[in-house]
Design a protein around this ligand. Structure first.
Ligand SMILES: [Zn+2]
Ligand SMILES: [Zn+2]
Length: 346
């Protein structure tokens, strides 16, 4: 075991503070990563504050990790010391179930091992990226291409793949009209990626406050959902609507914005169940769907795609001592568009 520095929530709802944690020895197929940057995802805040219950404390959040390989186990073939690597929301899976064999490790029948706030396959707690080092099996490490700066790459490991996967699956591309609901950490990546895929992109945001940003990020149109005329004007417009918000939506109103056979895909979810008049699906053969991150192979495809198109996240780099303040600013939607911790400050 190696003792390394980390930022942790000592118990539910407590502010994060500097501490030390143990990382496992580098095994045959493991790599040791010298973490350089860790993004702050909205779900870090939920979990550190035990919003979903059953949190494992002390908790070191962080599943948007970018760094450099510092050591490799004897069986490692994909990486060498000095390589630029990333780790996202999961660090292991069974490797043998149908989902794993199809490259959809996020849907592993035994459950994937989450990067933090989980127990690994030996029953040891996992600790995330708000730390100086991480040991991970090479299968769950991604190669970060030279074309993307490490700090701008970190958020791609969650926000990037969470939006790339559904955009690809539901065919965002030339001739398709895509709406992105919400322009936050996820939404801003959805706009960049959908634009790079060649789709006509519309942002649906509560107000026009971030309109200039949205257009700069690649949106063709920008509408305020607080204005009821938006829903009249855009009725029957979109092939795909990607909702990145966790506030409860008026699903009937959004489904009416879809073309025949269009799909409303959710990557954000309200905590409470929603009710839906199914005629809003039946009329127009419309669908409502969900999507969870992406498999490892698809995550690599996303990173390669982002490198080719010069895409990284829009970030504000902070020191570890600013994490608690950053959490408050995320909750107040006061970040454009992702905080990234410089782990050298831990
Ligand atoms: Zn995340
Ligand atoms: Zn599996």
């Amino acid at each position: 075991m190696t003792t390394v520095a980390a930022y942790a929530a000592p118990r539910a709802k407590a502010p994060l503070e500097r501490t030390t944690i143990e990382r496992r020895p580098v095994g045959e197929f493991d790599i040791l990563i010298d973490i350089k940057f860790a993004g702050i995802c909205h779900s870090d805040i939920h979990q550190a504050r035990d919003g979903w219950g059953e949190g494992i404390f002390p908790m070191v959040p962080g599943h948007e990790i970018a760094g450099i390989v510092a050591e490799t186990g004897p069986g490692v073939t994909r990486f060498k010391v000095g390589d630029r690597v990333g780790v996202g929301c999961m660090v292991d899976s069974c490797g043998t179930c149908d989902a794993c064999l199809m490259g959809r490790e996020q849907h592993c029948a035994e459950g994937n091992t989450q990067t933090y706030n989980a127990l690994d396959r030996n029953g040891e707690p996992t600790y995330g990226g708000y730390s100086t080092h991480l040991v991970v099996t090479e299968k769950f490490a991604l190669s970060i291409p030279e074309g993307i700066a490490l700090d701008e790459a970190a958020p791609l490991l969650c926000a990037g793949i969470t939006t790339y996967s559904p955009l690809r699956r539901w065919g965002a591309g030339p001739g398709k009209k895509v709406a992105v609901v919400g322009l936050g950490g996820l939404g801003h990546m959805a706009v960049k990626i959908a634009h790079a895929l060649g789709a006509e992109v519309t942002v649906l945001s509560q107000s026009l406050r971030k309109k200039d940003d949205g257009l700069k990020l690649g949106a063709d149109h920008y509408y305020a959902t607080g204005d009821p005329r938006t829903f009249e004007e855009l009725a029957g417009t979109f092939d795909v609507i990607l909702s990145t918000v966790s506030a409860p939506l008026d699903f009937g109103a959004y489904l009416a914005l879809l073309r025949t056979e269009g799909t409303l895909v959710n990557v954000g979810a309200p905590e409470e169940p929603v009710s839906l008049n199914l005629f809003s699906l039946i009329l127009g053969n419309r669908s409502i769907a969900g999507s969870a991150i992406g498999g490892i192979e698809e995550t690599q495809e996303m990173l390669d795609f982002c490198a080719v198109h010069g895409l990284g996240a829009e970030i504000e780099v902070i020191g570890a001592g600013q994490v608690n303040e950053a959490y408050e600013r995320v909750l107040a939607s006061d970040v454009r568009y992702r905080f990234v911790i410089d782990t050298a400050t831990i």
